[in-house]
Write a protein that binds this ligand. Sequence first.
Ligand SMILES: *Cc1c(COP(=O)(O)O)cnc(C)c1O
Length: 403
Amino acid sequence: MNEKINLAERLSQIEPSPTLAVNAKAKALRAKGADVLNFSVGEPDFGTPEWVCAAGKRAIDDGFTRYTPVPGIVELREEIVKNYAAEHGWNYTPDQVQVSCGGKHGLYNMAQALFGPGDEVLVLAPYWVSYPAIIMLAGARPVIVPLSEDKNFDLDPEILKQYVTDRTRGIIINSPSNPTGSVLSLDSLGAIAAMARENNWVVISDDIYDTIYYADGMPSHILDADPGLTDQVMILNGVSKSYAMTGWRIGYALGPAHIIAAMNKIQSQSTSNPSSVAQKAALAAVAGGHDFAAMMTVAFRERLDYLLGEFAAMDGVTCVEPIGAFYVFPNFSAYYGRKAGERRIDGSVAMSEYLLDEALLATVPGAAFGSDAHVRFSFATSMDVLQQGMVRLKKALAAFNPG
Ligand SMILES: *Cc1c(COP(=O)(O)O)cnc(C)c1O
């Protein structure tokens, strides 16, 4: 077909989300009858709690089906504020909260409100796939700061400093992290807070996995490291992961009122508001506490322990132990440069393709997260699938020629 209409220049900078793409390829293969085991899933394998669904149904039956206020219904924002006060002692007001069409959309609104051409935003790698794209769509430049597997993907502040310029406007942190499951220590959060103060950065804290946490209590937060930094911190959270509500598309942001107001201006001219029905369901969810997340976390922990045992026993594979979220990020670089049959594996994309073609295992190449040594495996899938998957993985790795 003759493409008469040119696309906007900004499209040339970004790629479609690779995690969603792998998922689509795995589903397509499965639709053709292939017995694909899907380790690429970025969402809990649990259904949305019944009581949350009931609240959504009730909203429909009650005719709660019209536009809502741009930042989201006030009851939901009040409940979010109440939870943050109760759980962390942080005092936000409802006008410091925006509810958006998923957490990803909240980050998008934030970047549109805060960054533009000439601005640089620090992104720690391995990073969530959408951060660089969201920054670029705002016209700004993501600056990738590598974290080291040797330090369990915690931050070395001296390395961070090397990437700071007079154009640096902020940093995005994600702890527990997708894809590594690692957390930032209170010390490194303190170092980030100190640099943010010194340079007037905004710190975007993506806390979407804060309830899926394998250590005691809650993960350390930038506001634990520096409680006085609230006028420079944007919190991003949502119900997608904590309440298995990915399809409902509800996320929320908390931060300084003038930034939230700017985000509301953008939302008012783009999506108007998130779905009224989904907001009522999210209200039931966030009013319902963390028992559901705790239940999922117990199941995830059992699967994680199994996987860590398997990876530890595999030749040439290293794997940092995740402290949260539902992904493991093993390092397969010992296999790079070697051949499996006729196929030479030169990086994570080739490795993932090999695993999909030869072992029918759908994974996400680490390159998508800015870390080519690794491949991401989600364990948001049943123990049975994990066990079958590890049998296939061991067989696939055994097919490599000696390195
Ligand atoms: C899943 C996820 C989000 C938010 O997802 P939504 O479905 O848009 O709410 C945000 N950050 C990270 C790191 C995630 O993995």
